[in-house]
Design a protein around this ligand. Structure first.
Ligand code: ACO
Length: 412
């Protein structure tokens, strides 16, 4: 009596929604998903059309600014992004401070936060809270510069995280190649004169980047917005997004798929593996999605892209096991009843493996293109008409009611 009731809230109703199954935190014009019909659209354009006709950087422009660019706008945008691909020479010391076996996603996460330390012009703590919320030309220009810089440097930071693990020299971003072309160049270059990445692999990676560019309010995008809602600089918010993406339930799933396929070993072991999944001893990685309750539309495009890649690299030895697992699971009552279908990660890992990327680099290949979506959502939030409100959810408190401190000698 006389005490406030736990969980009583002074303003309106508090709902409990574990995992945010039914909570909408923002109005958005960027990405539309119909999880029951397997539909994904960026700014209204079906993902299938974009994958067929567009490029990752054109799609980045679309996601960030809301319209398809004119040819001139696209060339300008590409030029700005590519001109920002260089990193300060001192960054080499930062990369060399990691152990040779550091996980590349840990390196990339740290690298984005580190990058932010170079640009005080992007720090609202130093420049004033209106830095990215004002809509005047100078503010919008400053915001654009950070966007170009983060997209431009993402591939360079990723390539540096890759090469440091191998004890190889870093490669300066080359001129005259596409976004994925210059990325592959920085990754693979062994010092040969006239080295050019395979155009088929360059295109396949571009399609994969485009497909991974955004997926509305998944865990990492939500993390970027949650972090950004405190008006922190965008580099710190992107680093937070990378940290969220690192987990095996999110961006780490394509790595988990390959580890799972290796452990299954061959098609004849599929029934035993699925039986273990049904006993809840194992997880079928690359299946299931919070929003899609049918096949992820990206999985069909990736499956086709895999065939293009295998023509160049040769078939991955895990492909038959993957196909056997896929075909058995989509017909199995356990998965059908729970509406578990292949997601974007089921096939993408096989492509990355065939292209020669190490397993633990897969989440990095997810994060690099996803910075586009994170930035599109961050920009939209910063510029929303009614201003930014800090994201501060409440909890349902179920702990002890008030009790008094007990000294050591009186504790049980
Ligand atoms: N294997 C086996 N069972 C599964 C799987 C799976 N991959 N996914 C879900 N289930 C089961 C659950 O155990 C649950 O069963 P129950 O109702 O009998 O308890 C039921 O299906 C519903 O699943 P939830 O866990 O409630 O689904 P949720 O929306 O919370 O999780 C998630 C979605 C995390 C993607 C989940 O399906 C999963 O863990 N999948 C494997 C990891 C993966 O592929 N992640 C990539 C997601 S896509 C992306 O991030 C790009």
């Amino acid at each position: 009596p006389g005490e406030r009731v736990e969980n009583e809230t002074p303003k309106g109703l508090r709902v409990s929604d574990k995992g945010f199954l039914n909570t909408a935190v923002i109005q958005s014009q960027i990405t539309y998903i119909d999880g029951d019909a397997g539909v994904l659209r960026y700014r209204g354009y079906p993902i299938e059309q974009l994958a067929q006709h567009s490029t990752h950087l054109e799609t980045a422009y679309l996601l960030i600014y809301g319209t398809l660019p004119s040819e001139k706008q696209l060339r300008l945008f590409e030029g700005e992004v590519m001109s920002h691909s260089f990193v300060h020479a001192d960054a080499e010391h930062f990369f060399r401070s990691f152990r040779y076996d550091a996980h590349p996603m840990a390196i990339l996460t740290s690298a984005f936060a580190y990058l932010g330390s170079y640009y005080s012009e992007a720090n609202p703590s130093l420049q004033g809270q209106k830095l990215f919320t004002a809509r005047d030309k100078a503010s919008l220009g400053n915001m654009d510069r950070q966007i170009f810089r983060i997209i431009g440097k993402a591939t360079t930071l990723a390539a540096m995280a890759y090469r440091i693990r191998q004890g190889r020299e870093f490669v300066t971003p080359p001129a005259g190649l596409s976004y994925t072309g210059q990325f592959l160049y920085q990754m693979d270059h062994l010092g040969q004169k006239d080295y050019k990445p395979s155009p088929v692999l360059e295109k396949a990676l571009d399609v994969l980047f485009l497909l991974h560019a955004d997926h509305e309010l998944n865990a990492s995008c939500t993390t970027v917005l949650q972090t950004g809602s405190s008006l922190v600089d965008p580099y710190s918010a992107i680093a937070a997004g990378c940290a969220s993406l690192y987990g095996p339930l999110h961006g780490g799933a394509n790595e988990a798929v390959i580890r799972m396929l290796i452990s299954v070993g061959s098609p004849e072991n599929v029934p035993a593996f699925l039986a273990a999944v049904k006993r809840r001893e194992k997880v079928l990685s690359g299946f299931g999605h919070r929003v899609y309750k049918t096949s992820d539309p990206r999985s069909f495009i990736i499956r086709k892209t895999a065939d293009e890649v295998f023509k160049v690299t040769g078939k991955d030895e895990l492909l038959e096991t993957a196909m056997a697992l896929h075909d058995a699971a989509i017909k199995d009552e356990y998965f059908v009843k729970r509406r578990l279908a292949p997601n974007v990660d089921f096939w993408s890992g096989l492509i990355y493996r065939a292209m020669g990327f190490p397993l633990d680099f897969f989440p990095v290949l997810f994060a690099v293109p996803r910075v586009v979506g994170w930035l599109a959502h961050w920009r939209q939030m910063m510029l929303q008409e009614d201003g930014v409100k800090i994201w501060r959810p409440r909890q349902i408190y179920v702990g002890s009611s008030k009790r008094d401190y007990v000294p050591f000698d009186q504790r049980p």
